[in-house]
Design a protein around this ligand. Structure first.
Ligand code: ADP
Ligand code: MG
Length: 700
């Protein structure tokens, strides 16, 4: 018999075909199960009754008890009904735009009511639009609770009468009809060991909490379950990969690596670089396919590690490629890598969107013949026309810029999956990295090359800009160069470019030609214009580069010693840290100056303080994660995520995440293939097709 939760949502009383279609479109709810797992995002305590004097517009939904003094219909542009509502401490207007005759028919002036709604401010006065009148609410739901769930909805759904209250009613109908037939999804031994709420109990309480304690119990169980199955799936994929043993074997370190090491390596490797190269060497020499995340703060020397690993690949007769997120960065890698390989019989090539056709054709032919050992490029590398003779190692730089699907395409270019090295400067706590990126081993370069002076970071309000300009003049007089960065939240937003243009005028006025040279780089420039401006700065001809966060990744100008970030409050911590990493690359003392508006939210102030107090990217990321949840981090990493979470939060629930991972690990240690009858349920749940359209197993 078909499982009740797989039933089409249109068969739920109160839904029907039209609403079903909309639920599918707007919230991806197609079945009973999808609706049950559409969890509330907030709860409102309906046991607490507020007084009108206490409430303000920042409050979410509140419950008030008082008298309706009288109704007044207003038929201006839009017809509306207004009621004066007072409770002895004050009065407030209740407003309805729809259902006016219904309200007039059912409610009486002079009577006392309990109302429920969100206070908003209108013309400086508080009011509540479309409040719910409690007398009605009571008979609406078969199942009820004094803690009211609030559900995510959309404008279109609300127009169809499917706001949070209606969704709550549907949940009530669904639970009373289907709950007894919902099957448990965790095996008894895990349930008992953890004293978890049963799935039925948890689903009831997540929608209609019978008490705060039972709500917490429901959340704990559902969060655990969600994270546990993700971890189980990831760890199982990993076990399979390790056991498949079908990686390319880089059995030797040969003449190319050794020649480079003895003749071309321009500096001593740091201990951390050496350790990571050893780790990679061990992986690639084991017969297993490597899948490794390399984390290292900006400037820690990840490129050198990648290059040396590519030399090992070449020593074993394999080609490798490195994919960078921007043309500028790819070109810079190509330039520094070819310089580093001088005098060696190894051929490197650059492939980006701007390589012209005839040249591209030649390049692709050579690649197919195996004459190019090392291909450097942008996402142009992913195109089908790009075929290798023997691709053994794929390096992905600043990986959060690429989506999972994009990355996947690269390793399809080889019969066996090549070894993968994913490099990122966005520090991600270890557990989180594994969760976000799946089946990865993690290496960390936790040391900067010697001789770097820590960057000094200071925070000023805009009003001090002229002092900042004075400081810039001093630094330029001392021979240094300066970045001035403007936020660009959305590349197409006119507003943002206006900021940049205004900034450009201000800077060029304060630093007039011919004494000063200022160049500008942003995403709307054509590639060659961008390149020209960039080069002007790289060659030291321009004193100041005015830019958007385009420069966030990659550019390397050791002589630049000042980073001025305008409207710094508009950047997230991870991005601020990345931007700061553009300076401090040479021997001189470097500075990062954060300029903000005087009015700062507590959150922004905290970010500025954090930036001023430490240079350690991991510390910044950890603190950010603890304090505010993955926020920024999750934002930047979203494209790399292989799944979406319904209830758990990677920041706030990191303890549950770690626990879930440990339990998943224990389960698989004891029963790697999940063939033990007691794990039958786990296997069944894992193999159940997800309509998430995100596949856990194809994570890089
Ligand atoms: P990132 O990890 O941010 O990609 P890069 O690979 O661009 O860092 O390295 C930053 C700079 O440090 C480069 O100029 C590089 O040549 C230099 N570098 C890398 N490793 C060392 C080292 N061991 N000693 C000195 N300089 C190094
Ligand atoms: Mg780099």
């Amino acid at each position: 018999m078909a499982y009740i939760l797989d039933t089409d949502i249109k068969f739920l009383p109160g839904v029907g075909p039209r609403r079903a279609e909309l639920l599918q479109k707007e919230l991806s709810i197609g079945t009973f199960g999808d609706l049950l797992y559409h969890f509330p995002f907030r709860y409102v305590d309906k046991t607490r009754i507020y007084t009108i004097r206490e409430i303000n517009e920042d409050m979410p939904y509140v419950l008030l008890r008082g008298k309706i003094a009288g109704f007044r219909e207003v038929s201006a542009k839009q017809k509306r009904l207004i009621a004066m509502f007072s409770d002895g401490t004050g009065s407030i207007e209740l407003v309805w735009f729809k259902g006016i005759s219904f309200i007039l028919k059912n409610f009486r002036a002079g009577s006392t009511y309990t109302i429920f709604g969100k206070p908003t401010s209108f013309n400086g006065k508080l009011n509540i639009v479309h409040p719910e009148l409690e007398d009605l609410v009571k008979e609406e739901s078969k199942i009820s609770s004094s803690i009211q769930a609030v559900y995510g909805s959309t404008e279109r759904l609300k127009d169809m009468g499917l706001g949070t209250r209606a969704i709550s009613r549907l949940q009530s109908a669904l639970l009373s009809m289907a709950l007894p037939r919902v099957e448990e999804t965790l095996p008894p031994y895990l349930m008992e060991a953890n004293r978890f709420a049963s799935l039925q109990e948890a689903l009831l309480n997540i929608h209609f909490p019978q008490s705060p304690e039972l709500l917490k119990r429901a959340q704990d169980r559902l969060k655990f379950e969600e994270l546990f199955y993700i971890e189980l799936s990831i760890l199982r994929t990993r076990t399979r990969r390790v056991e498949a043993n079908n990686g390319f074997l880089f059995s030797q370190v040969g003449e190319k690596f050794n020649y480079f090491f003895h003749h071309n390596l321009p500096f001593e490797l740091t201990a951390a670089q050496k350790r990571v190269i050893k780790e990679i060497r061990a992986d690639t020499g084991s017969g297993r396919q490597m899948n490794r995340l390399l984390q290292g703060d900006v400037g820690s020397g990840k490129t050198m590690v990648a290059l040396m690993c590519m030399l090992i690949a070449a020593d074993n007769g394999y080609q490798s490629c490195i994919m960078a997120p921007t043309e500028i960065l790819a070109a810079q890698h190509f330039k520094s890598i070819t310089e580093m390989l001088r005098g060696m019989s190894i051929s490197a090539a650059l492939l980006t969107g701007s390589v012209r056709k005839p040249e591209r054709r030649k390049l692709l032919e050579k690649l197919r013949q195996g004459e190019i050992h090392l291909l450097i490029g942008t996402h142009a590398l992913i195109e089908d026309a790009v075929q290798f003779e023997r691709l053994g190692l794929v390096v992905i730089d600043e990986q959060h810029r690429f989506g999972v699907a994009q990355r996947g395409k690269l390793w399809e270019k080889s019969e066996h999956p090549p070894h993968i090295l994913v490099m990122t400067a966005t520090p991600i706590p270890r557990t989180l990295a594994m969760t976000l990126y799946g089946d990865l081993d993690v290496s960390v370069i936790d040391e900067l090359p010697p001789g770097r002076k820590p960057i000094k970071t200071v925070h000023f309000f805009d009003s001090k800009r002229s002092r900042v300009f004075d400081f810039m003049r001093e630094q330029i007089a001392a021979g240094r160069q300066v970045y001035v960065v403007y936020p660009l939240i959305c590349e197409s937003e006119k507003m943002d470019y206006q900021n940049l243009q205004d900034g450009w005028e201000m800077v060029t006025q304060a630093f007039p030609a011919p004494r000063y040279r200022v160049c500008m780089v942003h995403g709307k420039l054509k590639n060659d214009e961008k390149e020209a401006a960039m080069q002007e700065f790289v060659r030291g001809e321009a004193h100041i580069m005015v830019a958007t966060s385009v420069i966030e990744v990659g550019v390397n100008v050791p002589n630049a010693s000042v980073m001025v970030i305008e409207s710094a409050e508009r950047f997230g911590l991870a991005q601020l840290h990345q931007l700061r990493g553009r300076v401090g690359r040479g021997a001189e003392q470097s500075f990062c100056i954060l300029l903000t508006d005087v009015k700062l939210s507590a959150d922004s102030r905290h970010r500025m303080e954090m930036m001023c107090s430490t240079n350690d990217g991991f510390q910044i990321a950890e603190a950010d994660l603890k304090l505010r949840g993955p926020g920024d981090l999750e934002g930047t990493l979203q494209s790399g995520m292989a799944f979406s979470l319904r209830i758990a939060n990677l920041g706030a629930d990191s303890k549950i995440l770690e626990y879930a991972r440990r339990v998943a690990d224990q389960v698989l240690q004891a029963d790697p293939l999940l063939t033990d009858p007691k794990n039958e349920l786990l296997l069944k749940t894992l193999n159940k097709p997800k309509n998430d359209n995100k596949d856990y197993s194809i994570i890089s």
